[in-house]
Design a protein around this ligand. Sequence first.
Ligand code: AMP
Ligand code: ZN
Length: 476
Amino acid sequence: MKIFNTLTRRKEEFVPLEPGKVKMYVCGPTVYNFIHIGNARPMIVFDTVRRYFAYKGYEVNYVSNFTDVDDKIIKKAIEEGVDSEVISRRYIEECKKDMAGMNVKPATTHPQATQEIEGMLDMIRTLIEKGYAYAAQDGTVYFRTSSFKDYGKLSHKNLDELQSGFREIKVTGEEGKEDASDFVLWKPKKEGEPYWESPWCQGRPGWHIECSVMAKKYLGDRIDIHAGGEDLIFPHHENEIAQSEAANEKPFAVYWMHNAFLNIDNRKMSKSLGNFFTVREISERYDLQVLRFFMLSAHYRSPLNFSAELMEASKNGLERILTGVERLGEAEKTAREQKSFEMENMLSQKEQACMSQAKELAAKYEAAMDDDFNTADAIAAVFELVKLSNSTVSGDSSLAYIEFMKDLMERLCDVMGIITQRNKEVLDEEIEAMIEARQQARKAKNFALADEIRSKLLDMGIILEDTREGVKWKRA
Ligand code: AMP
Ligand code: ZN
């Protein structure tokens, strides 16, 4: 498998740190609003990467954070007159609903910044002790970029240029910096903001430190893959490398993967430009499977322009695949009803030849995915498979042939996160049983357990509504 590594700017053979295992960290959203479909691109892309590793037999430990302490969250909380925790909790729940709708698997761990302050204080302390960080008079702690000799290695920037570029920029409140390119690890609280005690001042962490700390805690000092959108290369990921490698004295991530932007009218979709659609808005017009399929129709390192035409094309393409799988399901049912056991296992010569063709298409699919996750070419191979299946499966087909084609198609679709009938089968009884357990927990006033069950259901794509008539549920 080859992965394009931003660090070396080359496609490199993937060699895991530990055989058979992949440790992966993906920077998650800041939770102050509904996520937009630009934020959805890394979620879908790296969920597909994760699924492909699992398909290849790797055990994947996938960590993705929620940034739940940030200026934008605080601003929104002040606007609504509530605690910032109310805002972040609300939008984490909403984000999880969107993820379930897009069939993005819950991460192995979804840490939250506010729950990891101790670890951040530890790492900052270590950085100060080793001379990589310093506290200014007002209690702000800065990372001393000039002390980390590899600073700039990811973004391929040169520290001298950076320093002269930053020199003109004076950020209010950051006058205590030794150098303009130094960045904040810890900052003093402002009136009305959430804060934590620390040796330097009552305050809160800078953004970059959370990812270094969570990656270390949940994956270890060294990880295989670190990923996010390309806007994170500088300064966020550059700063993460500086913090982690300075503190741990080990190389941090082996492979750095970055998705290109989702654009609209050829400009980056972003909250600040106001040119965005939320995932929720799109879900009112399309099944979110269409959005997922649209995202995967381009290579993740190519910019992708959002348009109604492309969404329509994706809708039709997806429909073609799902209809193909559905036809196989019907053929399978009929064959089971009509055929004797001997006939089931009798592959005709033509079927044997078609199976070889199908295997070649699967190999083509894998070759595309092995080449830096080229989902566009992989999907093209799925279309060819659908064509082969549509033109060769008939009332005369053997059950063995039908089953082979159906299983192959479902496995390849599953890597893309395309839900075919088989994957839809989260049993109703299982859901009902969990809802009942939640009711029991509530009766026993064990609200923590009740919340945990609700959140587990949400991870499974099940949304609960407490109504006057009792609990109702629906699939996201
Ligand atoms: P944020 O909440 O802005 O930190 O973004 C969360 C993730 O979404 C990061 O990995 C960003 O790089 C990514 N992202 C934000 N906007 C876009 C976009 N228009 N296209 C692709 N990725 C984006
Ligand atoms: Zn991060």
